[in-house]
Design a protein around this ligand. Sequence first.
Ligand code: LMR
Length: 349
Amino acid sequence: MPVPHRMPPNASAPAGRVRRRAVLVGGALAAACGVATARQAPLLLRFSHVVAPDTPKGQMALRLQALLHERSGGRIRVEIYPDSQLWGDDDEMEALRLGAVEMLAPSLSKFGMAGVPEFEVFDLPFLFRDLAQVRRVTQGRVGRELLERLGRQQMVGLGFLDNGFKQMSAHRPLRRPADFAGLRVRVQASQVLGAQMRALGARPVVLPFGETQRALATGVVDAAENPLSNYLTQQLAPLQPHVTLTQHGYLGYAVVTHPRWWKHLGRADRALVRQALDEALQHGNRLAAGLDQAALATLRTQPGVQVHMLGTTDRDALRQAVQPVVEQFRRSVGPGLLDAVHGVIGDAA
Ligand code: LMR
């Protein structure tokens, strides 16, 4: 299966971040060796993510920080590194393995390439109608089983978080399959997302999230797919003035930690972190739809931005064009998984 086109080598991570990493990788071993500290000793939880604080993920992390500070009397300190300041989405999972960070919430699209292809079921185009359908999957038995599968790749899956549905942005409206022809579209590192863009006649370009804005500004890519809170907070509007509400795919997250750190916590702290995280996730999930709506309202009034609705005929044409992708990945996401998802959301496969 062809892998989506990669970023040219000269467009790698910014030098500042690379230098920071060199220091951090040195510190990573120390962190990994520090696992034998006493139970009631101060505890540091570094939470790295790639989006802005004013997003469902950013807000969830802030709530976790506040809850743990309050309930541990300041003993458990959560350091949050937003906006790819510490790690990008291209190397955060490796950082987790090294012990250079304790908690992440990568988008579900990232877990396929990390060795858990079942997660790419969430990338299948036009699978979910709304967040209520997504939640029936993530908050039920299917979701629990998916989180357990992360154990195969040395990750403890702690819960799911919504962002929202992806919309297309470009220099022109993207309503019909023909509008995508020849466009270089930034996608996450997911086989499904690459195949989806190829099915529309576009050229997928895999890029870390933190490099997307620069790639759009310099013309390395022409278009992108994002939930509106990401589009807004990454300041893509001046670069991508046409937003088409295609609502063609879902973007959400799984919060993960490393089994070594999780075990090291001991029972009491594990319960404390677990409880605080569950509440933080509920908070983030409650906010998600509202942040999406608020972003849309802001964009509608932003000078220069044009928001395009999709009529039923155009939406059906897009859905039809990407339908072969669903068939192509039915097997690789796991025998029976897609049927199980359809069973839960109540739509026919
Ligand atoms: C992306 O790469 O587009 C997403 O992973 C960003 C996010 O919301 O974490």
